[in-house]
Every structure is written in C-alpha cells, then in structure tokens.
Design a protein around this ligand. Structure first.
Ligand code: GLY
Length: 403
C-alpha cells in the first residue's frame, strides 16, 4: 500500500514540473479552472434542450444521468457555474449560471427534507453574492422558512429525512445526518438578509445538539443520529451510507469538518472552531488517510487499500481546510491545514482525478462515491465533488495568492 501511495504522490508532485520543482499553486489552479470551464460548458450544452434537467453523474456506459430539481444534488451544477463565473467573469458562463439556477427555484417551497440548504445556497446563494440580483433574495428567504418547518424544538435539531416505511421498520424516529450541518448556512444567511434572528437561533441550536450527540470519543462522526420524539433524546447512532454504524464514513467526516468551520465563521463561537480542529486532527493523524490525502470512501472499509477513493470527500475537506487554516489561532495547526488543502488540491488536479478534456461526461473530477452500501454511484463523477473542488481552489487563491 505504501509503495502504491508513494508512486501516486510522486506523480502528483512531478506533474507539470519539468524543472523538478512542484508546480506553483497559482498554476495548478489556473490549469484546473481552464479544464473545468471546458468540461462544464460542454455539459451545460448537453442539457440546453431539457429545461428541467440537472446533471448528476454518468452511468456504466458513460451516458449522462440527470435529476430534477428535487434531488439533493440539484444546486451543485448551478453553483459550479457561479464559481466559474467568479473566476472568469465570462458573460456566456453568467448566462448559463442564471439558466441553471432558475431550474431549482421551485425548491424554495420544499419541506419534506433538509436538503434545501444545499440546493439553494449553492445556486441562489452564490448568484446573490456575485450579482446582488434582488430577485434571488426572496427565494433564499422562502427556502430558509421552508427549512425552518423541520426544526424540532424538543431535541433542538432540524430533522433531516421524513420517516418512511423502511426507516420505521429500523426503529428510527427523528433522523439527523451529519450532512445537515451544511444546510445551516442558508439559515444564518437568511437572518443576515431579513434581520429575523430566529433562523440563526435554529442553526445554533442544531450545531449545539450535533456537537453533543454526533461525535465519538475519537472525534469521528456518526452518520445518523435518531432522536426519540417523546423524550427528545438521541436513541440510535447508526449509518446509512457508511460501512458500519461504528465506522468513519469519509464524506460524513468532511461534512462535519466543513460544517463546524463554517459555523465558527458565522457565529464566532470558539467551541465550533475547537470541534473543527478536533475533527481535523482525527483526519490528519488517521493511519488510513492515503499520502495523496484523497480518502477511501470509508476510513474503516475492510478492503483498504483496494477500496474506492472518494474525490468528493477530498474536495469538501480541502475547502474546509483552507477556511480552517485562516481561522486557527495556532500557527503550527494553521500550517498543517494549509498544507493539507494544498495536497488535496494538487491531488485532485492531477491526471488520476482531473478528467481529460472531452471525457467523464463533461464532469470535472473522476472517482467519487455516492452510496456504496446502496451500490449507487460508486467510482463515478459527482456534481458535488466538482463544486467543492472549485470552491477549495477559489478559497486557496484568495487566502494564499503568493503560492
Ligand atoms: N448528503 C448526502 C451525501 O453526502 O451523500
């Protein structure tokens, strides 16, 4: 395993550096953005004539798989276009970003799951941030109101999924997944936009409850915690997408790292920063984090080193590590986070993960995992890997322009 990882690492460090020096980060980022533009404009053109479709992945034959706006990933492609616009200021990309953002507008009324935060913040949130278009603002506020209907005061959480026959059979009552930390940014944004503190209060309550109940002693995160609807207390600690109830599902750890870093930025609450740093320590000290820092889909997958890698988890972590490197008050820790982000970006921008032009169905990154236990989307491109990869690079460039 060590030899294989070392070879991958050497090829990453060597890529683009004929002089023997690693390629400067500014060059890595320019190169990856240029590829991302080419791929994304092609992918958008494939969906021009289908005004309700949003890209999701490709199937085993390499054919594009789309979703409608209700699927949890629908906001990532519009968000990818917004990040490309931010980088290029290209008018054609702006038009595409507006078109694909409009495709998810109706999700502002969704109340049957928690994913409205992902969907609207990545699309309308970035659109509003970059253009100030006042038509985007009420959509964000309505979306936050819809998400707020899922707040359960007895437990102090936003319920992630509704109960279905399959989850009732498993005894679930009020399931909350660690991913839900990511939806809180829509709520803090809504308080900022409306002046109504209630959205922020719900976000803080959810973060507090998650801090208390979602982490193990080693600071890894459970995927799902189910709350008892009579007592309000957690009664099950389980998984849906991880290897086992006690394993560390890689993307779940990435959501936790990102979620607490983001909530520290939004609130200034030191305990959130501390939690993010504890999660970072768990990840960076983990003996099964490969040298190129693209994690296996689950840190406890039994077939490591043959288990699939998850580029999406690396992309989410890289973005969070940049934020954390700037937030940390410990210079040594900040340096470690910056280096981790750098390594993950370099790895994802190397040939192993970055799609060659005209391949990969137009998606930017290869080798992500959606849900391995469901045998769904294993070792494929995924829109959220692309979105967080671009976000990580934008953040890195803004934070460390000299690199
Ligand atoms: N929020 C679902 C996932 O991370 O797969």
């Amino acid at each position: 395993m060590k030899r294989k990882n070392t070879l991958i690492l050497l090829s990453i460090l060597a890529s683009g550096c004929s002089s023997g020096h690693p390629e400067p980060m500014s060059q890595v980022i320019d190169r990856a953005f240029s590829r991302a533009c080419e791929q994304t404009v092609f992918l958008a053109s494939e969906l021009k004539t289908d005004p309700l479709a949003l890209p999701r992945t490709i199937d085993a034959q390499g054919r594009l798989v789309t979703s409608d706006s209700h699927w949890w990933t629908s906001g990532f492609f519009p968000g990818t276009l917004w990040y490309l616009f931010e980088y290029t200021h290209d008018r054609q990309i702006l038009e595409l970003a507006r078109d694909f953002t409009a495709r998810v507008e109706r999700e502002q009324y969704t109340t049957d799951n928690h994913d409205i935060g992902f969907i609207l913040n990545c699309s309308f949130g970035n659109g509003y941030r970059l253009t100030g278009d006042e038509q985007y603002r009420p959509v964000l506020l309505q979306g936050a109101s819809s998400l707020a209907t899922r707040f359960r005061p007895l437990s102090g959480v936003i319920q992630s999924w509704d109960i279905a026959p399959w989850s009732t059979r498993l005894g679930w009552q009020c399931p909350v997944i660690i991913d839900n930390m990511m939806n809180l940014e829509l709520l803090t944004r809504a308080s900022e936009l409306s002046g109504d503190p209630r959205f922020r209060e719900m976000a803080v309550a959810h973060a507090e409850t998650t801090l208390k109940n979602h982490f193990r002693k080693d600071h890894s995160s459970y995927h799902v915690v189910s709350y008892d609807t009579l007592s309000g207390r957690p009664h099950l600690h389980i998984t849906k997408q991880g290897y086992s109830d006690s394993s560390a599902w890689a993307r779940g750890q990435a959501w936790a790292l990102y979620g607490f870093s983001m909530m520290y930025r939004e609130t200034g609450e030191k305990r959130y920063l501390q939690q993010a740093e504890l999660i970072a320590d768990f990840l960076l000290r983990h003996p099964r984090l490969p040298e190129d820092m693209v994690p296996y889909w689950d840190f406890d997958a039994p077939d490591i080193p043959d288990a699939p890698r998850d580029a999406s988890a690396a992309a989410v972590m890289a973005s969070a590590f940049v934020e954390l490197s700037q937030a940390s008050q410990d210079p040594e820790a900040a340096r470690k986070y910056r280096e981790a982000a750098q390594m993950q970006i370099r790895s994802l921008a190397a040939d192993t993960y970055l799609a060659a032009p005209g391949t990969n169905g137009g998606f930017i990154l290869k080798h992500s995992v959606g849900s391995l236990p469901d045998n769904s989307e294993v070792d494929v491109p995924l829109t959220y890997a692309d979105y967080y990869f671009l976000e990580a690079m934008l953040r890195y460039k803004a934070a460390y322009p000299e690199d």
